[in-house]
Design a protein around this ligand. Structure first.
Ligand SMILES: [Zn+2]
Ligand SMILES: [Zn+2]
Length: 265
């Protein structure tokens, strides 16, 4: 199980990074692009990669220790469980993870000391991208992801297989919520109320005190009055499609106006 999460992270994040580089018309129109982009990122991509690798190494060691120390987890895995039992535990696991993440995420925003020394690291990514999903301070990573994983494991009473499914799915969801794609490029985007657009606005200065829920649901934001509706804050798919067509048309006109397609001196 402990290998699945980092593997899932880099596979999924790598896919979206390739799309970002290729900039294919087929995928570019599904990008989540703010009408008002706000401030840019203040951290380099190399810094992000190095920090994420460090986080994953620390989490790997801790997960390994949990499995070594909790010998009963092997017994629990060996016990037969019905599909219905596992499915209900899976859903419960998502809710426990979501609840933990909402309250810790909210805490590190409300408490100025914690924000300054922990969570502000993640918010140097003003415009998120897929492999920046785990770009956090080491302490925040321990609190939010590692400790959150342990709490989810025991509160939801997950066996190894269900725990693997919950954590791998949680990792996948966290990455795609930072990928800034929707539509067919991000198939879960419209299946969950919490999505790339919902989280993108949290990375913007306008939404920094809202949309703390992650990675699946939004009910805690609704209940606690921290919900921010992102509707209208991004260009629609149709608008981006039109922008691309306009650009292509301008390019074609420029080529046609230049004899033999050569640039004018
Ligand atoms: Zn935040
Ligand atoms: Zn984020």
């Amino acid at each position: 199980m402990i290998f699945y999460q980092p593997l899932a992270y880099w596979l999924v994040a790598g896919f979206y990074d390739v799309l970002d580089h290729l900039q294919l018309p087929l995928t570019e129109k599904y990008k989540v692009v703010r009408r008002d982009p706000g401030r840019g990122n203040t951290v380099t991509r190399r810094q992000v990669i190095m920090r994420v690798l460090l986080q994953q190494f620390i989490q790997f060691v801790i997960n390994l220790l949990v499995f070594i120390l909790d010998s009963e987890s092997c017994t629990r895995c060996a016990e037969p469980a019905s599909f219905l039992h596992r499915a209900s535990r899976f859903v419960l696991g998502l809710y426990v993870m979501d609840t933990w993440q909402y309250w810790i995420h909210r805490l590190v925003h409300v408490n100025t000391f914690l924000y300054k020394h922990l969570h502000s690291v993640h918010h140097t990514l003003m415009i998120p991208y897929a492999y920046g999903a785990l770009y956090n301070s080491v302490l925040e990573g321990l609190l939010l992801d590692t400790l959150g994983g342990v709490v989810t494991l025991y509160v939801a009473g997950l066996d190894c297989q269900t725990a693997t499914a919950v954590f791998t799915f949680g990792m996948y969801k966290t990455v795609i919520d930072h990928c800034n794609y929707r539509g067919w490029v991000n198939p879960l985007h419209s299946l969950f109320p919490n999505c790339a657009q919902y989280h993108d606005i949290h990375h913007d200065i306008r939404g920094i005190k809202a949309n703390f829920s992650q990675p699946f649901f939004t009910h805690w934001d609704w209940i606690m009055g921290t919900f921010l509706d992102y509707n209208g804050m991004h260009y629609s798919v149709e608008e981006l499609d039109q922008q691309q067509k306009d650009k292509a048309k301008l390019k074609a006109e420029a080529r046609a106006a230049t004899p033999n397609g050569k640039k004018r001196q």
